[in-house]
Design a protein around this ligand. Structure first.
Ligand SMILES: [Zn+2]
Ligand SMILES: [Zn+2]
Length: 186
């Protein structure tokens, strides 16, 4: 080992590159391009990835659960929002500002429990996206429910799209709910 420290080091991934750096975890020589700067010093990419794998302990199925909970709860709460929020005229926006974060909090908590509080790299993105999809879907089912059942799905869906995307109060609620979910989940 002492020989190693005085002889020239070459990067483990780039045998033609001389380097002075070693990963401070596995001691592998690494060049500046291969080194990742961490709060505890330079490490090789393999070691950094290994630590992230320990930190992000959720499996793929957890992401499916998170998406399903987000869509389902978003669906129900979104349908309620489309049905009742508009009844208050301009106060609907005030209602959206008050209710949006609460809706997001409910969904975030349900997802956190649903995945057993495990962490995943894209969990908060998927959860926030699923919530928005769910809320829009809630409006779709609310307005197009009957045409869908009557067997004219496409016409029914296209017919109600304007009613869904022009409801700025509900869209505001969806945005606030999604940002709350993003902030609450790891
Ligand atoms: Zn290493
Ligand atoms: Zn290298």
């Amino acid at each position: 080992m002492s020989d190693d420290s005085i002889s020239t080091l070459y990067c483990a991934n780039h045998p033609d590159r001389e380097t002075m750096l070693r990963c401070n975890r596995c001691d592998k020589p690494i060049c500046y391009q291969c080194a990742v700067r961490t709060p505890v010093g330079y490490r090789c990419k393999e070691c950094v990835r290994g630590q992230q794998a320990v930190y992000f302990n959720a499996n793929r199925f957890d992401l499916v659960i998170a998406a399903a909970i987000g869509v389902l709860l978003g669906d129900v709460l979104g349908a309620l929002a489309y049905a009742f929020l508009g009844a208050f005229g301009w106060f609907s926006f005030l209602g959206a500002i008050l209710i949006g974060p609460a809706v997001g909090g409910i969904i975030a908590e349900a997802i956190r429990r649903g995945v057993g509080k495990r962490r995943a790299r894209y969990l908060k993105w998927i959860a926030a996206g699923a919530c928005v999809v769910g809320i829009l879907l809630g409006g779709l089912l609310l307005y197009a429910g009957l045409p869908l059942l009557a067997g004219a799905p496409l016409r029914g869906v296209i017919g109600v799209l304007p009613a869904i995307v022009t409801r700025l109060d509900v869209l505001l609620l969806a945005a606030l709910a999604a940002s709350t979910i993003y902030a609450r989940l790891v």
